[in-house]
Design a binder for this molecule. Structure first.
Ligand code: HEC
Ligand code: HEC
Ligand code: HEC
Ligand code: HEC
Length: 412
């Protein structure tokens, strides 16, 4: 078992330490000569169909070149361009283009507005959707929780200037290019898990609005957009956490609903509690060899974002069968044996209390609940402040523990 777990950790870690060549901007400049015909000598696309590369994050450029080469991103013009590039070439090109100034600006596009006059043009205006830059800005900054569209700003930054290197800059990109990519993500001809979801929920009008916003983000900078509907609080933290949770999915499930009972569900758990556990796995106060490996590289900010993300997910039902004894102990404890009722801290429906640090226990798997109660009782898990849970479990018998787990798992 240990061997399996160990090789699993190694396999997971190797994803992060994949070889990355270091780029040389000087060498990249020479190699970029062949890109100039389309992307411009200064990295500003020659026409609307060629994206600006100037000032884009180097890692993002390298990643896209790899994708064009391997065919995971399909484009007839870029495939042959990338085919002959080595890892080193790509890194050099990334370093070069990222060093250029992103001042070229987006060339104004004709979204829904024609600059021509005359009868033919007038007819065109009548049938074309009038894209609205303010609607675009609103969707960009607030998202639409009712349709599961996350706020773009959470990843791509204010006005498209992202300071997180894995998220491409959109600022000053040609509007038609942005629209083309959103359509590509929508019909999945370009694949990226997050973007396929968000663009998939966007209508053609939303996409046109987003393009219109990027024609000139400064033009509507003074307009404050207001959230019209508040359904679920999708904070910037939660959005960032989603991307970071990808490495957790193999055990805890894509949305924190793990399919394997030995791995706890994280969906719907309080952010404060999850963050505390992650910190304690890292410092070793809570001991678990698998999780220690998972959290080693996480910063406090990562932990806060992961906590926020999982707190926003809806838990699926637990696998418990229910238990009369479990119910009795949960709600009433056992005064004769000095067992405190669990309800006092974990609440009437097992949702706990976020601020007090009492975790949700509802919907959790029987196996995980049993393991934790057993571990507290043995004192192996000792990260509970003031020994709260160690004292509670001290007097529980194995059959009480099993009964409680069967009951709590059915709470929702
Ligand atoms: C013949 C024209 C042409 C040439 C030459 C060309 N490209 Fe491109 N490039 C394109 C087009 C068109 C796209 C947009 C593809 C799409 O719509 O998905 C693109 C997209 C890209 C992207 C993705 C940009 C983004 O924001 O996702 C990168 C990176 C890129 N090219 C790098 C290069 C480099 C480096 C070279 C030189 C080695 C090069 N290109 C040469 C036409 C060209
Ligand atoms: C969870 C983070 C996240 C959110 C939220 C997000 N994106 Fe993205 N977006 C990405 C990532 C990552 C990529 C790069 C995908 C790749 O590597 O091909 C991307 C790529 C893009 C691109 C292509 C850029 C290029 O240069 O080719 C566009 C356009 C885009 N996103 C627009 C949006 C819009 C509009 C929204 C809001 C509706 C949005 N994104 C929300 C993460 C996000
Ligand atoms: C290889 C499998 C695996 C991966 C990947 C993994 N975990 Fe875990 N996780 C576990 C196991 C096993 C436990 C139970 C530990 C215990 O019994 O104390 C756990 C427990 C936890 C707990 C404690 C839950 C609770 O209710 O107290 C949190 C929080 C957590 N993991 C978060 C994460 C996050 C965030 C990631 C991604 C950064 C992640 N895990 C990746 C296996 C994994
Ligand atoms: C006085 C408050 C209190 C009482 C009473 C209490 N708990 Fe807890 N419980 C806690 C706290 C606090 C934690 C979290 C410890 C930590 O920070 O790791 C916890 C954690 C747990 C966990 C681990 C959750 C996880 O996701 O890992 C389980 C299971 C649990 N309690 C079950 C019970 C049961 C069953 C009872 C009743 C027999 C009970 N608790 C009574 C405060 C309490």
């Amino acid at each position: 078992m240990n061997k399996i777990i160990f090789s699993l950790i190694l396999a997971l870690m190797s994803i992060n330490v994949a070889f990355a060549a270091t780029g040389n901007a000087e060498a990249g400049k020479t190699k970029a000569a062949m890109c100039a015909a389309c992307h411009g000598a200064n990295g500003i696309g020659a026409t609307d169909t060629y994206p600006n590369l100037a000032g884009q994050h180097a890692d993002y450029i390298t990643k896209q070149l790899n994708a064009f080469k391997s065919g995971t991103r399909v484009d007839p013009l870029m495939a042959p361009m990338a085919a002959g590039l080595s890892e080193q070439d790509m890194a050099d090109l990334g370093a070069y283009f990222s060093s250029l100034d992103r001042t070229g600006g987006s060339t104004a596009s004709n979204d829904g507005v024609t600059t021509e006059t005359g009868a033919a043009a007038a007819v065109q205006v009548a049938v074309v959707y009038e894209a609205n830059a303010i609607s675009g800005k609103s969707l960009y900054e607030l998202g639409d929780a009712s349709r599961n569209i996350a706020a773009c700003i959470g990843c791509h930054g204010k006005e498209g200037n992202s300071n997180v290197l894995i998220y491409p800059n959109l600022s000053k990109q040609h509007a038609p290019y942005i629209e083309k990519q959103l359509h590509a993500f929508k019909d999945k001809t370009r694949t990226n898990y997050a973007m396929n979801q968000f663009a998939g929920a966007m209508t053609d009008e939303d996409i046109a609005d987003m393009g219109a916003y990027f024609v000139d983000t400064k033009a509507v900078a003074h307009i404050k957009v207001k959230r019209v509907v508040t359904i679920a609080a999708i904070t910037e933290e939660a959005i960032a956490g989603k991307a970071k949770s990808a490495v957790c999915a193999s055990c805890h499930g894509a949305d924190g609903n793990s399919l394997v009972p030995m791995y706890p569900k994280l969906a719907g758990q309080h952010a404060e509690y999850t963050t505390k556990q992650l910190k304690e796995f890292k410092s070793g106060i809570r001991k678990n060899p698998i999780m220690a490996g998972m959290v080693a590289a996480l910063s406090e900010q990562d932990m806060a974002e992961l906590g926020a993300y999982f707190a926003n997910q809806k838990p699926t039902l637990g696998n418990g069968k229910g238990s009369a004894l479990g119910r009795k102990l949960y709600f009433g404890g056992d005064a004769s044996r000095g067992i405190t009722a669990c309800i006092a801290c974990h609440g009437t429906s097992g949702k706990g209390m976020a601020k007090a640090g009492f975790p949700a226990v509802a919907n959790q798997s029987v196996e995980y609940l049993t393991a934790q109660l057993t571990s507290f009782k043995a004192g192996e898990r000792d990260n509970d402040r003031n020994s709260i849970m160690r004292n509670v479990t001290k007097r529980l018998k194995q059959k009480d523990i099993e009964a409680l787990a069967q009951f709590m798992s059915t709470m929702k």
